[in-house]
Design a protein around this ligand. Structure first.
Ligand code: FES
Ligand code: FES
Length: 203
């Protein structure tokens, strides 16, 4: 009987841009995109919560669209532009959504937070002034075991206002009866402030 020999490629060449940096690599065809980001590029801000497309902790942007990177193979991102949580801050300044989560205390353990922020930014990119219901609907694919979601919604509203689209500006009330604490003395202005604050808490 004749034997048919099949040569499965052990490695596949891929190219992609991640947070503005171009990468070329050879990867196993089965390598998950989240594993490539975390293990090969060291971008561990993208979390793995479930590995089965349910929790949203691994959410990143692929060509401007939010995707769950645990459900994509690295080879499917060949030629794409990716943004992870590490790509949001610019010149040492957090983006409005990151500041919103800080100011509104939109996190507790923080495990869901990178995915929440990426999904929330994608929402504001397509809908700069979402209602509370639209925010909750947009974040249905992102699970948080800690917060009860209320402050996450406030964080998105804060960011919408900071980005110029939302109805809530700092100092205004909202339909969530939010009253911002503008007197809070230690809110960080940038990443250095955050580092200083964390250092102070440890000492
Ligand atoms: S780790 Fe990807 S959806 Fe949970
Ligand atoms: S802050 Fe802990 S899972 Fe959301």
């Amino acid at each position: 009987m004749a034997t048919t020999t099949i040569m499965a490629p052990s490695r596949v060449a891929v190219r992609m841009t991640v947070n503005g940096v171009e990468y070329a690599a050879e990867v196993e065809p089965r390598l998950l995109l989240v594993s490539f980001l975390r293990d090969n590029l060291g971008l561990t801000g993208t979390h793995v919560g479930c590995d089965t497309s349910q929790c949203g902790a691994c959410t990143i942007h692929l060509n401007g669209q939010p995707v769950k990177s645990c459900t994509l193979l690295t080879v499917q991102a060949d030629g794409a532009e990716l943004t992870t949580i590490e790509g949001l801050a610019k010149d040492g300044q957090f983006d409005p959504m990151q500041m919103g989560f800080w100011e509104m205390h939109g996190l507790q353990c923080g495990y869901c937070t990178p995915g929440m922020i990426m999904a929330s930014n994608a929402l504001l990119d397509r809908n700069p002034n979402p209602t509370e219901a639209e925010i909750r609907h947009a974040l249905e694919g992102n699970l948080c075991r800690c917060t009860g979601y209320q402050n996450i919604v406030k964080a998105v509203q804060y960011a919408a206002a900071q980005r110029g689209g939302g109805a809530m500006a700092t100092g205004e009330g909202t339909d969530l009866e939010f009253q911002p604490d503008n007197e809070r003395p230690h809110a960080p202005e940038n990443m250095d402030d955050w580092g200083d604050q964390l250092a102070g808490e440890e000492s």
